[in-house]
Design a protein around this ligand. Structure first.
Ligand SMILES: NC(=O)c1ccc[n+]([C@@H]2O[C@H](COP(=O)([O-])OP(=O)(O)OC[C@H]3O[C@@H](n4cnc5c(N)ncnc54)[C@H](O)[C@@H]3O)[C@@H](O)[C@H]2O)c1
Length: 267
């Protein structure tokens, strides 16, 4: 396992629930948070993977960590997972919603079922996890939420990302409303907008043989000249969960290598 040297961020919202913790950005947040001693409830539809990760992190850092298998689009399963997390670790004071999927397709060809599935996981799943967490945080006297959104919630890119973009636009709008509604309860809610990040999701719709060329092409289009490692958005998430971000709420924090700052036409 990678050795991480903790930085002094002050108190971090804990216990912390992370959805989509089996892979990619969610997994990177879990690894980083465990290195900072944060008790963790790792939620994913791949229950076996989060169970193994929880065990690995608990062994490595001596922090409590539990893995919970649940589909974030399933209301009963999400509520049950949060109840189990609260029972094992105490009421959650931190939440990162990272579970997400993509189903590409030009709008005129996109199957309605695929559109619905993207909205169910990315937007309804965010709502269900936030709702469960907010109930605990209100009672506990505060907390911090980071919802993983995307630059594609704000700008269009060619290639049939309509369903995904719509879901992420919804997530970012939802975050703004939560920040306004729950500020008085001491709960901060922010959106994190990762750019192109080296995860399975990034290459899900690309043939394996085409990945190197696609990676090079995407890298050329990003102002920083490369894709992100999942640990980079994870560090931004941990900062948002920490007291260092004590006056940050309702923000859309881009960790995108400059993508949102760039117009695509050359003049
Ligand atoms: N990778 C990128 O370039 C990128 C860019 C911007 C935003 N994002 C967002 O970051 C988040 C994490 O994506 P990633 O790139 O780490 O992807 P990933 O595929 O590596 O990880 C996603 C995780 O979510 C889990 N998941 C999917 N559907 C689920 C469900 N219904 N219930 C529970 N768990 C479920 C998967 O099992 C997986 O472990 C997503 O919300 C994604 O939209 C990713």
């Amino acid at each position: 396992m990678q050795v991480i040297r903790p930085v002094d961020l002050g108190p971090i919202a804990a216990p912390l629930v992370i959805t989509g913790a089996a892979s990619g950005i969610g997994r990177a947040v879990a690894v980083l948070a465990a290195a900072h001693g944060v008790p963790l409830a790792l939620l994913d539809r791949d229950g076996r993977a989060v169970g193994a990760l929880a065990q690995e992190l608990a062994n490595a850092h001596g922090t409590p960590a539990v893995g919970l298998g649940a589909d974030v689009a399933d209301e009963g399963a999400v509520d049950a997972a949060f109840a189990a997390a609260a029972e094992r670790l105490g009421p959650p004071r931190g939440l990162v919603t990272s579970a997400g999927i993509d189903r590409g397709g030009a709008a005129h060809e996109l199957r309605a079922d695929d559109f619905d599935e993207v909205i169910a996981v990315n937007l309804r799943g965010t709502f269900l996890a936030c709702r469960a967490a907010l109930r605990h945080m209100r009672e506990a006297g505060g907390g911090a939420v980071v919802c993983v959104s995307s630059p594609l919630g704000f700008v269009g890119v060619p290639g049939g990302a309509g369903a995904y973009s719509a879901s992420k636009g919804g997530v970012s709008a939802f975050v703004r409303t939560l920040a306004v509604d729950y500020g008085a309860d001491g709960i901060r809610v922010n959106a994190l907008l990762p750019g192109a990040t080296e995860t399975p999701l990034m290459w899900a719709s690309v043939a394996e043989a085409d990945v190197p060329a696609m990676r090079a092409q995407v890298g050329r289009e990003v102002p920083l000249g490369r894709l992100a490692d999942p640990s980079e958005p994870a560090r931004a998430a941990l900062w948002l969960l920490s007291d260092q971000a004590s006056y940050v709420t309702g923000a859309q924090i881009a960790c995108d290598g400059g993508v949102l700052a760039k117009a695509s036409i050359s003049v």
